[in-house]
Design a protein around this ligand. Structure first.
Ligand code: PFF
Length: 450
């Protein structure tokens, strides 16, 4: 197999860990995790989510990185080559295709929400929230999302920023994430410190960590599992394509654990920062995608130096979204460069344009078309459901089956290179049996087949 990808290589293990963590940590942790936790009743949802991260997510992440490094190409071509190497059906390359499509669809709405975060940088910095009540903060958000032109402008700007970094290739990606992750973590800790002081911290801790299974239905379990894939960037080739740029000697297993731990820490900290504010102001935990935009500005409006911390927070959130969005489009760009012989720049322009266009559907679904629903879901809800709850778990399931059942043990053992044979055995057991069975059961339960 190839030693180095034609698209370049990470300069070190640290560079890979930072980039993969940059991909994993994003809006999923800070924007999505709190609001879906709120919608699904808290503790029990969080418990299922954590279980999915560590029992299903981590082994599949190791598998996905391994596939990427073994193939060293875009996910589509990697799957084609690896299927050939294993003597399997070339149809496996469809897995790469599903990933590319999922990446487009996710980025199309991801960019709209990242646009909200950018708009909030300006709003918090201008002191718009100083002394404003919870109701006021809520109505400012309501007015903002009702304005399609504003949302479109911010969405466009975010897409341009994303494509600029992707156009510069692996090196561009590396530089963008080095300082941001630690800074984001620090700021979150600070916000949790503030939230602890607000009087409803215990209530928030209880909400997040005491499971009450009567509040969780099978749809909620599917959302928890889907989010485990989403938050770790699994099942669509992002981590695979990053794995393709990983130097041969780096240990994959411990890297996957580090990424999952960092990702989980950020999500839980975000929950601990947001829910005390929700409870002390009597807000609705299940209010949906606007949750962080309706809660955190209250805190920034009231705390000392709030405008400064608030600005910093939203800037870092934008960066976190940025380092995730570049990984969403990289599989498509790598494929266009490999198979259509496009320059990286042209590949970026085309893929960016398509994503931007689809994103307009999401922009409108918060205002003009908010009443147009399929199965009670807006365009944005449909995209989110289709990608996070169906495409990513299916992608993850296929990766587990491919790594566990199709590839030979010799190849996976050599590529993963765990230092203890027992760790390899445990990994193989998890990807062969646990992950596929768990994903299938959750799917069947969600559609009421069992
Ligand atoms: N993991 C990112 C987040 O939590 O915001 C989103 C994401 C990036 C999902 C890349 C999927 C992906 F392939």
């Amino acid at each position: 197999m190839n030693k180095v990808s034609q698209h370049g290589q990470w300069s070190s293990r640290l560079a890979f860990v930072l980039a993969a963590t940059g991909s994993a940590v994003g809006l999923g942790n800070i924007w999505k995790f709190p609001y879906i936790t709120g919608e699904n009743g808290g503790g029990a949802f969080v418990l299922v989510y954590l279980l999915c991260i560590f029992a299903i997510g981590v082994p599949i992440m190791a598998a996905e990185i391994m596939l990427g490094r073994r193939g060293r190409k875009s996910p589509i071509n990697t799957m084609r080559d690896l299927a050939k190497e294993a003597g399997a059906n070339p149809f496996w390359k469809t897995l790469g295709w599903v990933g590319v499509v999922a990446g487009f669809l996710i980025l199309s709405y991801y960019s709209v929400i990242a646009g909200w975060a950018m708009a909030y940088v300006v709003r918090v910095a201008s002191g718009m929230f100083e002394g404003v009540t919870a109701d006021g903060v809520g109505s400012i958000f309501g007015q903002f999302v009702a304005d399609p032109e504003k949302l479109l402008a911010w969405h466009s700007l975010f897409m341009i920023l994303t494509m600029l970094v992707v156009a510069r290739g692996v090196k561009g990606l590396e530089r963008a994430v080095k300082f941001l992750m630690p800074a984001l973590l620090l700021l979150l800790v600070l916000l949790v410190g503030y939230a602890m002081d607000q009087g409803a911290f215990r209530q928030a801790v209880n909400f997040l960590f005491s499971p009450d299974f009567s509040k969780l239905n099978s749809e909620g379990v599917l959302t928890a599992m889907g989010h485990a894939f989403f938050t770790l960037s699994l099942g669509m080739g992002s981590i695979m394509v990053y794995g393709a740029y990983l130097p041969s000697k780096v240990s994959i297993g411990s890297t996957a654990v580090i990424i999952a731990l960092a990702d989980t820490a950020v999500a839980l900290l975000a929950g601990l920062a947001i829910f005390p504010i929700v409870f002390i102001h009597g807000l609705e935990p299940g209010s949906g995608p606007g949750l962080i935009f309706q809660t955190l500005p209250i805190a920034f409006g009231q705390m000392e130096y709030g405008a400064f911390f608030g600005t910093m927070f939203f800037v870092l959130l934008v960066f976190a979204a940025w380092s995730s969005s570049i990984s969403l489009i990289e599989p498509a760009v790598a494929w266009l460069v490999e198979n259509r012989k496009m320059s990286r720049m042209r590949a970026c322009i085309w893929s960016g344009l398509v994503t931007w266009l689809v994103g307009i559907g999401t922009v409108l679904s918060f205002n003009i078309t908010s009443d147009i629903k399929f199965f009670d879901k807006t365009f944005f809800d449909v995209l989110d459901y289709l990608t996070a709850n169906i495409m990513l778990p299916l992608g993850g399931l296929s990766i587990a089956v491919f790594a566990g059942w199709v590839m030979t043990k010799e190849v996976t053992k050599e590529e993963l290179n765990f230092n203890k044979p027992a760790v390899f055995k445990a990994w193989l057991f998890l990807v062969k049996y646990v992950s596929p069975v768990a994903v299938v059961i959750v799917f069947l339960k969600a559609v009421n087949l069992i």
